[in-house]
Design a protein around this ligand. Sequence first.
Ligand code: HEC
Length: 189
Amino acid sequence: MGAYTMRSDKLLVPVMALVTGVAVLAQGPTYKLGRTPTEKEIRAWDTAIGQEGKELPQGQGAATQGATIFAQRCAMCHGQNGAGGAAPALVADEEAGEEALRRLPFATTIFSYISRSMPLQQEGSLSAEEVYAVTAFLLYRNGIIQESDVLDAESLPKIHMPNRGKWSLPPLSQWKPGELGPDPFLIDP
Ligand code: HEC
């Protein structure tokens, strides 16, 4: 706001609105709801990890440790072997036509999702090492890596998922601001 000097009452209303936290001035332009987040808030929320894995944390883990974590923290919802529980199957089952995590084009997505959203209702309770380990376990059980492979910020983005290169997004020209984004689809399922 800088060096404001209040010469007229007109200024007082928006200034009070800011002070009391009523976000009159900073409403989002599209939906007229809420307020625009500050840069600091965006940085704190921006925990997603992209396909190149640049945002991956330090640490490492392998499937053997991951198996223990999975049994203790995940199996009650996802099933003992990563399938057959109340929550979605995580391990592919070719006979049942269930691709599970094999459908994803990037292994970093699995790390990113688990680290932000799992275990459900205890989100954020796993250390980076535990997320690497349980990601390794799931990739091993999906037949994508070896049991002894160690995952870290360097090796995880290099994993070649079977569906890499088979995903596409409809052209952005089909999208208008304010609409939901188009769903990605498999080119060659
Ligand atoms: C309390 C039940 C519960 C627990 C415990 C739990 N999950 Fe989940 N998980 C879910 C549900 C429900 C979904 C589906 C969420 C959705 O689609 O919005 C899910 C989704 C996922 C997905 C995405 C699946 C996909 O196909 O996109 C992954 C990966 C995952 N969980 C991994 C884990 C791991 C690893 C653990 C243990 C560290 C864990 N979950 C613990 C309930 C649970």
